[in-house]
Design a protein around this ligand. Structure first.
Ligand code: PLP
Length: 473
């Protein structure tokens, strides 16, 4: 007798109680497809000589496989994780975690139509930038504002609008590359602007800019400053002060533009963090346009924020590329909610999640580590490792304040003896948890920095650790 004929049919499998409930949950198309795949694999295995178990065992095995196939297939690709890397604004992990106010605003905007480009008072057409225009002006002292997809888009759009076929004067020390293929010279040429580098890598003076303006004449479109966010030049350095650059630009009827990169609206120095330049300071120093990211130190959704002179913002908004780079209602909803929190600067460290994470005291993080240590030690009990609480240094990430490190705390897991393979197994095990925990291996230790683990997440984090105990076997 042909052993293949003993395989159950698709219909027979689908009629079992387990698969019927999967059908109910995920729909006929998905489950039937996976049943067919599993049956095809079994058939191929049988043809290759695999023995066929009795029908009950076979059906149980097939149901099992279909179940895990469905689970794998229906698992969202964009999975939440625990960020224990020690990098707060981790680009690969989605940068800033949104405050609850922003999450709620997102849900409300997603769930129903909203007045995105509609003026409820007049019943006429509105402008989506108006959702955040007044707030941004209030918080930065600018005359007008607009929002695009990210800060790279903001830089591109402002250059394309104001400097196409013209020259932009930038200090050589600011021609930076930011991760993910954003290079100032490349963006500039793609935007159609010609870069004029002045000064040297470490020192650029006002007179360097003045000479370039004199040489460029009418071809000069603007002076630009790029905040060299992801690296630091130290030692014998000089940069022309912003106020002087602004004055020089204005004497020649040129705009002075600053790409701030991160651009926090909070006074980080008040929290003992190093000072990071703010859009407000840039505007006050005379900048005509300032752009910065929504999801770096600001702690909001991915967006590029442009603030500055009304006439320049109006020009930028008329550029057809603005339409291609615009943001959607979800972004604006979250951004408005985050910006609103900045109206109360005294409580940012309690309400803006990114600021909260960045300003968390070391002692609080160490106390959290002490609470979680028993769960981790018992989960790793069977493995040849030591687990202890250690002082760590977190970093801000996303190129913000690159040199500065934040005193933090967490776990160091070290192999006993020379069995370094065990660290990789634990690191993989942590990534295989229902909500993956992402740490880092450094100097022969697996480090888990707890700065970004919120207190209310502790039970969920601790509960799933027991799954690690299987690693020992
Ligand atoms: C991060 C950064 C950008 C790019 O911003 P995105 O929001 O990531 O597109 C541009 N310029 C500077 C100086 C930056 O630091």
């Amino acid at each position: 007798m042909n052993p293949l004929s003993q395989l159950p049919s698709v219909d027979r499998l689908l009629s079992t109680a387990t698969l019927a409930s999967l059908l109910d949950a995920h729909g006929r198309a998905v489950v039937t497809g996976i049943v067919r795949d599993v049956l095809a694999e079994t058939r191929a295995a049988v043809i290759a000589g695999a023995p066929l178990p009795d029908e009950a065992a076979l059906i149980a095995a097939l149901i099992n496989e279909v179940g895990s196939g469905v689970t794998a297939k229906m698992q969202p690709k964009l999975r939440p994780v625990f960020n224990l890397t020690g990098t707060v604004l981790h680009t690969n992990l989605g940068r800033a975690t949104l405050p609850e106010e922003a999450v709620q605003a997102l849900i409300v905007a997603a769930r129903s139509p909203c007045a995105l480009e509609y003026d409820i008072e007049s019943g006429g057409r509105g402008d989506r930038d108006n959702v955040v225009n007044d707030l941004l002006c209030e918080l930065t002292g600018a005359e007008a504002a607009t929002v695009v997809n990210n800060n790279a888009a903001a830089v591109f759009l402002l250059l394309n609008t104001l400097a196409q076929k013209k020259q932009v004067i930038v200090s050589r020390g600011e021609l930076i590359e930011i991760g993910g293929a954003f290079r100032v010279p490349d963006i500039m040429s793609r935007a159609g602007a010609k870069l004029v580098e002045v000064g040297t890598t470490n020192r650029t003076h006002l007179k360097d800019f003045a000479e370039a303006i004199a040489t460029g004449g009418a071809r000069t479109a603007m002076l630009m400053k790029v905040h060299a966010s992801n690296y630091a030049i130290s030692g014998f350095t000089h940069a022309a002060p912003e106020a002087e650059l602004a004055q020089l630009a204005h004497e020649h009827g040129l705009p002075f533009v600053i790409d701030l990169g991160s651009g926090t609206l909070a006074d980080l120095a008040a929290y003992g963090l190093p000072h990071e330049p703010t859009p407000t300071e840039a505007i006050a120093a005379g900048a005509d346009l300032v752009c910065f990211s929504g999801d770096k130190l600001l702690g909001g959704p991915q967006a590029g924020l442009l603030v500055g002179r009304k006439d320049l913002i109006a020009k930028i908004k008329k550029n057809p590329l603005k339409r291609a780079l615009r943001v959607g209602k979800l972004t604006l909803a979250a951004l408005e909610a985050v910006l609103a929190l900045y109206r109360d600067p005294d409580r940012l460290h309690l309400r803006v999640t990114a600021v909260r994470q960045l300003t968390r005291p070391e002692a609080e993080i160490a106390a959290q580590a002490a609470r979680l240590l028993p769960a981790l030690q018992s989960a790793l009990g069977g493995l040849p490792v030591t687990t202890e609480i250690v002082a760590l240094k977190s970093q801000i990430g996303s190129g913000s304040l690159p040199v500065d490190r934040l005193p933090s705390a967490g776990f160091a897991i070290r192999p006993q003896g020379k069995r370094s393979g065990v660290l990789n197994r634990i690191e993989q095990g942590l990534r295989a948890l229902p909500k993956p925990a992402i740490g880092r291996i450094e100097d022969g230790a697996l480090l888990l920095d707890l700065r970004c683990l919120a207190e209310q997440e502790e039970p969920e984090f601790a509960a799933q650790l027991s799954a690690l105990s299987g690693l020992g076997t």
